[in-house]
Design a protein around this ligand. Sequence first.
Ligand SMILES: Cc1cc2nc3c(=O)[nH]c(=O)nc-3n(C[C@H](O)[C@H](O)[C@H](O)COP(=O)(O)OP(=O)(O)OC[C@H]3O[C@@H](n4cnc5c(N)ncnc54)[C@H](O)[C@@H]3O)c2cc1C
Length: 407
Amino acid sequence: MIENQRVTAKIAAGIGNSDVFDVILIGGGIMGCCTAYELSRRGLSVAIVEKGTVGEGPTGKSSAIIRQHYSNELTARMAYYSLGIFQNFEEIIGGECGFTKTGFLVLVDAKDKKGLESNIALHKKVGIESELIAAETVSELIPGMKTSDLVSAAYEPESGYADPYLTVTSFAQAARRLGTKIIQDTRVIGINFEGGKVTGVRTQNGELSAPVVINCSGAWGAQVAAMAGIEAPIDSCRVQVAFFRRPQGYEPPHPVVADFINGTYFRSETGGLTLVGLIDPAEADAIVNPDDYQEYMDDGFLLDAGERLVGRYPVMTHSESTGGYASLYAVTPDWHPVIDEVPAGSGFFICSGFSGHGFKLGPAVGIMTADLATGVRTPQFDPSLFRFGRFADNKLVTGGYEYSIVG
Ligand SMILES: Cc1cc2nc3c(=O)[nH]c(=O)nc-3n(C[C@H](O)[C@H](O)[C@H](O)COP(=O)(O)OP(=O)(O)OC[C@H]3O[C@@H](n4cnc5c(N)ncnc54)[C@H](O)[C@@H]3O)c2cc1C
């Protein structure tokens, strides 16, 4: 009877008795799906093992802002490349990603003026369309915004936001069309090694074999790394977003705003709504168990986010809230990911720890992780900046701003 139940569970999960792959990816978020797509495109046999369903984790709840504003060259290049994929998604990947071009504004005070200016110079070098603009131009882009406290502002006309769930499921479908096997409702519970080399994974529904296993489990990144005996500094941190309805006369979508002065970001959402989240380093302190945390929004957060929004966009004073939710960032000590083989030569890779800025980078990350796993080099996407050993060496990735979510 027990044996029969096991067989039924295996069939439901799509696991056969002799499933052998070139690569197994743990996690069906944006990183797992983009990497599976790239590996399958290169002719490898790939499986994604997801404990729930594709995109049901933080990826599906991402604010999915697609901006290119970064303060180091590699991430700016990754964002620039990935924007091109979002802009031409149907043609390149197939299916929809819901990219909405609204433009992206960064607002800073004196503290971040220098950082902003040097970033714009960097962006121009990379090829990103990005410029410093005057406060009057900000008011023209978003009528009703308070600009009296701005010291400097930048604008990216090509940026916007996507639909995260549509994007990740379209990548999953594209990978599946190329042969990727997607095994859902199946939790990886162990990783098998022989002589220091990975040989596959143990799941609640059976075992799968592969000489390469990639940990794309986001906020569960440390939990999965521990299965391979690795202590990874990836914290699972609870973050929240809230929605407010824009008043009559302000219904059309507005540009995405990163307001460093009020510590918020906000963007349009369908239905005349504005989505608000925080730009606050304290978010890294809200460490939770990723399998047991409050997924609904706190009242205190709603008040705080609402006040900060009104401080910048006074037309929202009388707007009603339509709720919000909580999800997870996978935060490393420098808010940048690990994309590395750990330990070298083991066949076990980590692609996790993207904190609050990974969604937009997914297409480039897929290439970088696939490159690493197959021993290919794409010079413009050298992943060595994201090596695991930087934490032990105390050589963290540094950015131009105090708050590293911006990268
Ligand atoms: C509220 C919020 C707003 C954000 N806003 C933005 C933004 O505007 N722009 C941006 O670029 N980024 C943003 N981000 C960040 C971005 O969404 C993340 O960096 C990105 O989605 C992480 O993707 P991932 O694939 O690494 O992880 P995840 O989406 O967490 O996927 C990991 C998957 O692994 C699965 N898993 C875990 N453990 C196991 C196991 N043992 N076995 C099998 N499966 C397992 C999980 O179920 C999950 O589906 C935001 C994030 C949040 C939470």
